[in-house]
Design a protein around this ligand. Structure first.
Ligand code: NAP
Length: 298
């Protein structure tokens, strides 16, 4: 068992840190805004007032913060991980960030005597709570093997996909596919409602066929009830589709569906839905069809 610093105790980080504490690790959590340490403390973990304090005796440092600049801020700077973690510690970044930035940060970690694995996850809040996440890991084989016991504690499908940054490339592809499934489900729901079909029955049978997906299983209730508390915020998926666009362009690719999905997510955000769950793409389908945003009358 090891001493693990966990930076970022939000929707995903909080349950993941708690799982690591329940597995017997000495977990020291830190969140920018205090007050989110409750679940970690209940699981046997501790809270620290700064990144520097959290990492001072860490063998592993886990990050779960929103975006590339947030990861860079936690790692760099006088209060950051690079300046304060003991030599030999392993950084595991669970956040979803730009692949090129992840590769550069892994190099920089090495120059500070630290190992680093990018380990973005998929499976949503439900997957974090149930410790059934898919973890796509990039880094050296040796660092991945060191990280593996911690990754196995929060995930069910844990795969080493290549060198530093490769995990983030796979995660970008994941976010493209999730957005496509969500938009297809949103359009199907509005379509079925317009034709007066019994929606729960329709989704039951669709979920059992080729159209079935984890998106239907996890997001159908939010679409049926029009309750869009996150979950995974539209703002974060907007960030991820920006990553797909930049990485696609870097490779000289034309990805027309990715472009359309980025526009639909940007529209959701521009219409004030950035803080809602990404299943709120349904509201965009309703808006563009001239339909009310509330649940249709039964
Ligand atoms: P979230 O609820 O906003 O949590 C992020 C946490 O990081 C917040 O509590 C935030 O603190 C904290 N934070 C930000 N900067 C920090 C800093 N410099 N030092 C310490 N703490 C800091 O977001 P989330 O939904 O957990 O997502 C986190 C990452 O996981 C994102 O990259 C996202 O794309 C990815 N992800 C999310 C899901 C999902 O379903 N939610 C699924 C897969 C992957 P404050 O309280 O101050 O804001």
């Amino acid at each position: 068992m090891s001493t693990v610093a966990f930076i970022g105790l939000g929707i995903m980080g909080s349950p993941m840190a708690a799982h690591l504490a329940r597995a017997g690790h000495d977990v020291v959590g830190h969140n920018r805004t205090p007050g989110k340490e409750g679940p970690l403390r209940e699981a046997g973990g501790r809270a620290a007032g700064s990144v520097a304090e959290a990492v001072s005796a860490a063998e592993a440092v886990a990050l779960m913060v929103p975006d590339t600049p947030d990861v860079e801020a936690v790692l760099r700077g006088p209060d950051g991980v690079f300046a304060n973690a003991p030599a030999g510690a392993l950084v595991i970044d669970f956040s979803t960030i730009r692949p090129d930035a992840a590769a550069a940060l892994a190099e920089e970690a090495g120059s500070h005597g630290l190992g680093m694995v990018d380990a973005p996850v998929s499976g949503g809040e439900a997957g974090a709570q149930a410790a059934t996440l898919s973890v796509m890991a990039g880094g050296s084989a040796a660092d991945f093997e060191r990280a593996r016991p911690l990754l196995d504690t929060v995930g069910k499908t844990v795969v080493h996909v290549g060198p530093g940054g490769a995990g983030q490339t796979v995660k970008a592809a994941n976010q493209l596919m999730v957005a496509a499934h969500l938009q297809a489900l949103a359009e199907a729901v509005v379509f079925l409602e317009a034709h007066g079909v019994d929606l729960p029955s329709a989704l039951d049978v669709l979920a059992g066929g080729l159209a079935g997906s984890a998106v239907i299983t996890q997001k159908r209730e939010k679409m049926l009830t029009r309750e869009f508390a996150p979950g995974f915020r539209v703002d974060l998926h907007h960030k991820d589709l920006g990553i797909v666009a930049a990485a696609g362009r870097e490779a000289g690719l034309a990805l027309p569906l990715a472009g359309a999905l980025a526009q639909l997510m940007a529209s959701a955000r521009a219409c004030g839905d950035g803080g809602l769950d990404h299943s709120a793409l349904l509201r965009g389908v309703a808006r563009s069809s001239g339909l009310p945003l509330d649940r249709p009358a039964d």
